[in-house]
Design a protein around this ligand. Structure first.
Ligand code: FAD
Ligand code: NAD
Length: 511
């Protein structure tokens, strides 16, 4: 992030896009852009970028880009898809840059094929000499060309099947993954549309079907963990015999890298909004009936909302409704509600819109994302959590998981940095937890304390960390998790490295 000039916020950009000004310089015409043409627009004052086959004139956007002009210029006059995916795949550029759309990249004719390769018995991939790959997909009743961006290679190592009774349809997916669990299966069934995504490390397998007949909203998911079999059970609305499951939709029966799959959203209802501190609220969202989704510990979701006619997306990390003190599997894992602890900024674009949502309103919630793996904790003896402000949110599920499910942990310590006492999230609950469980300790450090504060003060520093971040034994295995404002996280990681902690012992939560 770089500081933007006044008048260059996201809201200012949205206003400019709505002003009717010609932002492409083409007076609304859409053109086909050749590689040669694209490469000519490579200067700050004339900059075109290609993302997923679409070309945008980003010259007017330069000063509004939160990552700075230099970052955008890295893709000037070229294909910026990879760069974009690395930095902010979740940003909905289609909506943000729609007024900057110049047109599509010209695709060289398929006759100019450079190579031909086979992905599996079912799918043939045809590569042309430019940036696009076509797949010829053959099955008894379905033959078509599916265009997709280069670099995506489909392996159909997984497969699915289906069977029916008078009242049920069961879709069975054989993942062959031994540690399959409910966190890895995301199902959405609405109207006649069934979408089931199975996460397998950094890949995902998708079943996406327009069902032949209507089903009710109740969906059950059964998992045979040891053999990796997943069953999605649907209830027929009418007890008719189905001749087929339905028609395949985009991405059906594909196994591709998760980063190559677009984010999927479903609309969730706001059911409650409660105060946590003077500026932070706990939002409770309800998943639709036909959705099976659990957000794993350490992962976040994206919320999408239309603000002034533009889709805006921001990441948030689900928490629990409270910190359970009895170390049982919390009853709040009901699979229906998602709790988000969100700080409302007085000038915040998205959080102001969230704050204005009424109970019963809907907001789009994405599938979970994030690189944290529970196994990182499962082998640790000491867990140290460094949180700044709402950087506390990933620590909530992590704390609960560590104290309820990780028996080898000897100590769990939260070092919580805030501006003032009034900003401390769930202080009471944290203090109670520390009283209840002797493995857990909490330390509050304030950067703008009042005169009455007798506790620690300051910002993250080498000396504060050397005082509080310690192994309980000389050779104990430690995991240090850090989350907060970007400079806090970056400085913290550097200080930890300076103190001798290795990369493997540190996990930084980022987008
Ligand atoms: P903006 O309009 O972007 O700005 C609001 C105010 O904050 C302005 O005053 C601006 O100057 C300032 N500001 C802008 N960007 C930053 C920044 N990066 N750091 C500090 N100040 C900034 N927030 C939560 O409250 N709860 C969460 O659970 C949560 N989870 C997150 C998970 C991830 C992976 C990431 C990357 C962020 C998370 N955030 C969370 C932050 C959230 O995504 C938004 O950035 C935040 O809600 C502000 O959005 P906004 O549009 O209201 O603010
Ligand atoms: P804040 O401004 O209230 O600051 C909280 C504390 O962080 C401060 O008291 C200070 O100790 C420290 N801090 C703040 N700015 C610092 C700086 N420049 N250098 C060193 N230390 C600094 O924090 P907030 O408004 O609650 O913001 C929380 C941040 O955490 C946001 O930027 C949000 O995006 C981020 N966040 C990230 C994730 C994630 O998973 N990546 C999750 C939740 C929140």
């Amino acid at each position: 992030q770089v500081p933007l000039k006044p008048g260059r916020s996201l809201m200012d950009w949205i206003r400019l896009t709505k002003s009717g000004k010609d932002l492409t310089g083409l007076k609304g015409r859409l053109i086909e852009v050749t590689e040669d043409e694209l490469s000519k627009h490579n200067k700050k004052e004339d900059c075109w970028i290609c993302i997923r086959g679409f070309v945008y004139n980003v010259t007017p956007y330069m000063e509004y880009h939160p990552g700075g002009e230099d970052e955008l210029m890295k893709a000037a006059g070229a294909d910026g898809t990879d760069l974009f995916d690395q930095v902010h795949r979740w940003v909905n550029y289609e909506s943000m840059l729609k007024e900057c759309l110049v047109g599509r990249m010209a695709v060289k004719p398929v006759a100019a094929l450079k190579g031909l390769f086979t992905c599996s018995h079912k799918i043939l991939g045809l590569v042309n000499n430019w940036n696009e790959v076509y797949f010829l997909k053959c099955s008894p009743n379905f033959v078509s060309f599916l265009p997709c961006v280069s670099g995506i290679f489909w392996h159909v190592t997984e497969s699915y099947d289906w069977f029916q009774t008078d009242s049920l349809i069961t879709v069975v997916i054989y993942t062959k993954q031994k540690d399959m669990n409910a966190d890895l299966v995301i199902v959405d069934c609405q109207d006649k549309q069934l979408r089931g995504e199975i996460i397998m490390d950094d890949h995902s397998y998708l079943v996406n079907i327009d069902l032949d007949h209507a089903v009710s909203e109740d969906v059950a998911v059964n998992i045979a963990e040891k053999v990796g079999k997943v069953e999605i059970i649907l209830n027929k609305k009418d007890n008719v015999h189905w001749k087929m499951l339905g028609q395949p939709c985009e991405g059906h029966n594909t196994f591709i890298k998760r980063t190559d799959r677009g984010l999927f959203y479903r609309k969730c209802k706001l059911v409650s909004k409660t105060e946590v501190t003077h500026d932070t609220k706990l939002f409770c969202l309800m998943l639709p009936k036909g959705t099976h989704l659990r957000v794993p510990t350490g992962q976040h979701v994206y919320l999408k909302h239309i603000i002034a006619g533009t889709e805006v997306v921001k990441p948030y990390t689900p928490v629990l409704p409270f910190l359970p003190l009895d170390f049982q599997e919390p009853p709040c894992h009901d699979g229906v509600h998602i709790y988000l602890m969100i700080k409302i900024y007085s000038h915040g674009l998205f959080t102001q819109a969230l704050d204005h949502l009424q109970i019963g309103d809907y907001i789009s919630v994405s599938n979970p994302e994030g690189s944290f793996k529970k196994s990182q904790v499962q082998t640790s003896e000491d867990l140290l959590l460094l949180a700044g402000g709402t950087g506390f949110t990933p620590m909530v599920k992590l704390l609960n998981f560590a104290l309820t499910e990780v028996s080898c942990l000897r100590t769990v310590k939260l070092i919580f940095f805030n501006k003032t006492e009034n900003d401390i999230l769930w202080r009471n609950q944290l203090e109670q937890l520390a009283l209840k469980d002797e493995r857990f300790e909490v330390q509050f450090i304030l950067s703008q304390p009042s005169k009455d504060w007798v506790g620690k003060q300051g910002k993250i520093s080498s000396s504060l960390l050397s005082e509080f971040v310690k192994r309980s034994r000389r050779d104990s295995k430690v995991l240090i998790c850090i989350c907060g404002p970007v400079p806090f996280t970056e400085q913290g990681v550097q200080y930890l490295k300076d103190l001798g902690y290795s990369q493997e012992e540190i996990h930084a939560f980022t987008a």
